[in-house]
Design a protein around this ligand. Structure first.
Ligand SMILES: [Zn+2]
Length: 280
């Protein structure tokens, strides 16, 4: 699936799609509550009120750059808290290549944050060693985000993610630590959106008068546009994440900006009373 934003093309490469198995992320999003938001159905939820979500990468092509935003779970990873996220063997890289994006053609990898489902394909296992998957790319990590996980990875699952998917990039001298409001090129600048993680960033794209926003995990699902206070169990600061949602959605509501989530597909934010809805 792809979208055009002026001269920028955005392509979604799906690693994993789920229906209804993500309640642990958003415990307040019960089937009954979701059915009270009919605009979610059928694009973002089933008629029964089960959430549709995905883990995906977004390839952003500008006239001069080819950027992968977020890199999913990866293959061969171990020590993950979610059992099915361990020892995965999927043809994700083949899927990318078939879509026109062989790994060596990528010049930039950009992680909105450094959680397990956004850094996995940063590396691949070759002869027992984790090496950069995208051999010609610079990897951009938010400086605040990187320093947080460098200094706070005592829990075993966090250590596993940092050590197999982030540290090998730094050790290979492929990482650049960037400010949360950095400008990457003419079309792309970063927006600091802390709350889900301490240094979380979103990505703003502008080209030929058109605009897009890649939210990352500011929200895990569009139901959080209606219920800004439905913070996810993975949010490091649930109060800050709710405030960030209100601020970011206020800025883009009722504008033509195409909005794409870290775990949901594209639509437009509209004001709806004191909150928002997401309309395809
Ligand atoms: Zn995520």
């Amino acid at each position: 699936m792809h979208w055009k934003v002026g001269r920028v093309k955005i392509t979604k490469i799906v690693e994993l799609e789920t229906i209804g198995s993500t309640r642990f992320i958003l415990p307040l999003a019960t089937n009954d509550e979701i059915q009270k938001l009919p605009w979610l159905i059928p694009h973002f939820a089933t008629a029964e009120g089960r959430l549709k979500m995905s883990i995906h990468s977004l390839v952003v092509e500008t006239p001069t750059r080819r950027i992968v935003v977020d890199t999913g779970l990866g293959n061969d990873k171990e020590g993950r808290n979610v059992p099915t996220w361990n020892n995965r063997q999927t043809p994700f890289l083949e899927t990318m290549a078939t879509a026109g994006f062989p790994p060596d053609s990528i010049d930039t990898v950009l992680c909105t944050h450094l959680h397990v489902d956004h850094v996995g394909w940063n590396t691949k296992l070759v002869n027992g060693k984790w090496i950069p998957t995208f051999g010609n790319a610079r990897y951009l990590f938010g400086k605040t985000e990187y320093e947080h996980w460098r200094d706070h990875n005592a829990e075993s699952d966090k250590a596993a993610v940092f050590n197999d998917s982030v540290k090998p990039i730094v050790d290979a001298a492929r990482a650049d630590l960037v400010a949360s409001d950095a400008r990457l090129c003419d079309e792309i600048n970063l927006i600091p959106t802390p709350g889900h993680s301490p240094g979380h960033i979103s990505i703003h794209i502008q080209s030929d008068g058109e605009e897009a926003l890649l939210t990352g995990d500011v929200a895990h699902h569009p139901c959080q546009m209606a219920h800004l206070d439905w913070s996810s169990t993975a949010d490091s600061d649930p109060v800050q994440s709710a405030a960030t949602r209100r601020e970011l959605f206020s800025r883009y509501a009722d504008t033509p900006a195409l909005v794409i989530g870290g775990h949901f597909s594209a639509a437009h934010i509209k004001r709806d009373g004191d909150a928002f809805k997401f309309m395809v």
